[in-house]
Design a protein around this ligand. Structure first.
Ligand code: ZN
Length: 73
């Protein structure tokens, strides 16, 4: 008695580990996902578009990086 429940004990990948499909591995692998604010300074006049949040996922198997713009409206 008194044993603690092991929450997600078997597949605890951390807050950044998610399963996604990798184009290079041609399968589902573990990716580290983070959100970056990247600066697009191509047009100096359009300052409102200068900072965009991007979702960056890196495959832990092959290291390939896929970037997805979050404000895709
Ligand atoms: Zn991969």
């Amino acid at each position: 008695m008194g044993a603690l429940n092991h929450l997600m004990a078997t597949e605890h990948l951390g807050p950044d580990g998610v399963h996604e499909r990798c184009e290079r591995c041609t399968g589902v692998t573990i990716h580290e996902v983070r959100v970056e604010i990247r600066t697009e300074s191509t047009a100096e006049e359009n300052a409102q578009f200068s900072r965009e949040p991007y979702r960056v996922s890196v495959c832990r198997e092959c290291g390939s990086e896929s970037v997805l713009r979050m404000n895709d409206a």
